[in-house]
Design a protein around this ligand. Structure first.
Ligand code: C2E
Ligand code: CA
Ligand code: CA
Ligand code: CA
Length: 279
């Protein structure tokens, strides 16, 4: 028994140290990735369910790793948040997105906004409203072209500080959306304290539409409540025509998902906008 315990302990610490090395390596690589220009912003279409046309786009970061290839944000955003690197990375995504939407707008493309994901760490640990203002000035981007997505869990405990940051951003004319809505157990009435414009129905409620009656009821209820409070509603993870027509039927205004487009590079997205212009 003693031996076995000892062995177990060895395995355990070996695992731990390997993880620590991997983490350390990843953290160092992440630290250098910005300077080495290894990040890229992909864009995914957001469409009007009414017309089927592209009205906006969500920015989704990718790490183009020299050896690993395209690394998903799910693999590095949590570490970036733990280490605080999300603050410079998030600022970079915001600047990139503002420059890009301004360019599309100046070129006459019919796109109303780009929506950028913002981590709770950016809101809690940086002068985030000042950062947003600074980037709008620096890039000469009109504020209505920018939307920010903040997850429901970030705003669940909406302290006076968070409310103040949101108020200041809203005052700039930048729109605010709640991401992954329905997963954080917060009530819509609770969110009324925040100056929000949009609710994003989490993809977990969209996946099994229209056949799963629980999900159908949840999506219907979220949409109805959100719209009665004056919020715009977008559903994410729309992959099939059946999902889209159900969402359209319940009056949901916007959709996003593989049915319309995967996240693509800026130049591929420009091609999508150009193709739409011809329709
Ligand atoms: P999210 O904000 O909820 O983004 C939606 C995710 O769903 C994206 O994954 C997107 O590619 C994926 N998706 C879009 N349409 C469909 C669909 O029809 N079906 C399915 N199954 N998935 C779909 P992605 O790009 O891997 O991003 C994962 C998460 O990483 C994001 O989730 C977001 O939380 C985070 N993230 C991405 N970019 C940034 C960023 O610039 N800053 C921060 N703070 N977080 C980011
Ligand atoms: Ca998002
Ligand atoms: Ca989401
Ligand atoms: Ca999510």
């Amino acid at each position: 028994v003693k031996n076995k315990g000892k062995n177990n302990h060895c395995f355990y610490s070996a695992d731990l140290s390997q993880n620590a090395v991997e983490r350390f390596t990843l953290e160092n690589q992440l630290r250098r990735a910005l300077a080495r220009d290894q990040f890229e912003v992909y864009y995914q279409a957001q469409v009007s369910l009414e017309t089927g046309r592209i009205i906006g786009a969500e920015s989704l970061i990718r790490w183009i790793h020299p050896e690993l290839g395209v690394v998903s944000p799910a693999k590095f955003i949590p570490l970036a948040e733990e280490t605080g690197l999300i603050i410079p990375i998030g600022e970079w995504v915001l600047r990139q997105s503002a420059m890009q939407v301004k360019e599309w707008h100046d070129q006459g493309f019919d796109i109303d906004w780009v929506s950028v994901n913002v981590s709770g760490v950016q809101i809690q640990r940086s002068n985030f409203a000042d950062t947003v203002y600074g980037i709008l000035v620096e890039t000469d981007c009109e504020s209505h072209l920018l939307e920010l997505e903040i997850t429901e869990s970030t705003v669940m405990h909406n302290t006076e500080y968070v409310i103040d940051v949101f108020d200041r951003i809203k005052h700039l004319g930048v729109r605010l959306a709640i991401d992954d809505f329905g997963t954080g157990y917060s009530s819509l009435s609770h969110l009324k304290r925040l100056p929000l414009d949009k609710i994003k129905i989490d993809q977990s409620f969209v996946r099994d539409l229209p056949n799963n009656s629980d999900d159908a009821a949840i999506a219907t209820a979220i949409n109805a409540m959100a719209q009665s409070l004056g919020f715009t509603v977008i559903a994410e993870g729309v992959e099939t025509r059946q999902q889209a027509s159900f969402l359209k039927k319940i009056g949901c205004q916007q959709g996003q998902g593989y049915l319309y487009s995967r996240p693509v590079t800026a130049s591929e997205f420009t091609a999508l906008l150009r193709a739409e212009q011809l329709n």
